[in-house]
Design a protein around this ligand. Sequence first.
Ligand code: F3S
Length: 416
Amino acid sequence: MQLTDEERAALDGAWGEPQRIATQVLVKLGESYGAERLIPIASAHLVACSYQIAGEAGIDIYSRLVEVGAKVKVPTTLDPGSIDFVRWSRFRTPEHYAQRQIVIAELLEAMGVTPTWTCTPYYVLNVPRFGQHVGWSESSAVAYVNSVIGARTNRLAAYVDLCAALVGKVPYFGLHVTENRKGQILIDVASEIGQQMHDDDFAALGYFVGAALDDLIPVVRGVLDASGDQLKFLSAAAASTGSVALYHIVGVTPEARTLEDAFQGGTWQDVLSFGRKELEETKEKMCTFHEGKVDVVGLGCPHASIAQIETYIGLLAGRKVHHETELWVCMNEIVEDMARKMRLIGKLEESGARIMTGTCLNDCPLDAWGFRHLVTDSAKFAYYTPTTVGSECHFTSTERCIEAAIRGYIGERNGE
Ligand code: F3S
């Protein structure tokens, strides 16, 4: 790779051990992908900040880095941790576990990160602009900022993201390069679906695309419009069943004003149809149970927006959550503060819902709850919870999630 004098000096240890190691990791990564140089990034976002992911090895690494004075060089935000930092005891988190997460938080904060603890840093505090290079790792956020904002990042691995933050650079390859952002596969959405898609349809479309394409770049044609939250659902789904880090939707996302734009004047390798049959088959695959008592309803994956919280309250309509069922709503602390000011949190809590910030169902220890049956409107929860939480999962619309929380049951019983 062609390195600057400053980068060479970093490799020689002139700027200290953290810079030497981090630069070495980035250069090795770049060399393995044929990158010619490192480029500056505007921000970083880290995933190995939860105790569940980092563990004791992570604490060891972070402790050593802090000891030798490591500091991030660019604004750096954090993915969810493994505890709700305020209410961890109410979520039955073991004390020792919570304390180890707090140690990680202190170490990362000593390195200068912004403790957002969210997978939606793009709402506030880390909002890249179109065309800007960043170094992010959370898969749903990577797909969102590449596709919806038009910023540029590869899906960095845990700790490589920290190296990017420490150096303020990433190797120039993959999705940082304009030609590599052109669409590869055309996804034709039938007009009966695309004209009026609901949130759960976007999640299912993402689930379908990720499973079919892995890391190829889909160009979706036939979707009339989409809200930011719907694109958030799609991004999280496609990045879970596959490794989709960038997609285009013709007429909706910024690098796809036209079909020609999306393929950069070229053509597609293949076409997949997404009609009623594919939609229904996909939703079927997203469920491991269809009827029965519900232990927990999980909303806010990725972390909920104010608009979603307002929707939940409208659907609850002053009713109470079933006494044998939990309704957990995940969001980031800034959204919680704003929603509290708007008197939305009080209404959620009056219904019996629990607010969870700083973490999510997939990242915190849930053994003490013994959840067996989860209902969610998130394709990502639906994909991961059978393994991470060990529960059966039913994916459905937000509306049916709320009904399940109130009835304590999903399915036909009680006339549903
Ligand atoms: Fe975010 Fe956790 Fe879902 S990190 S995307 S709420 S699984």
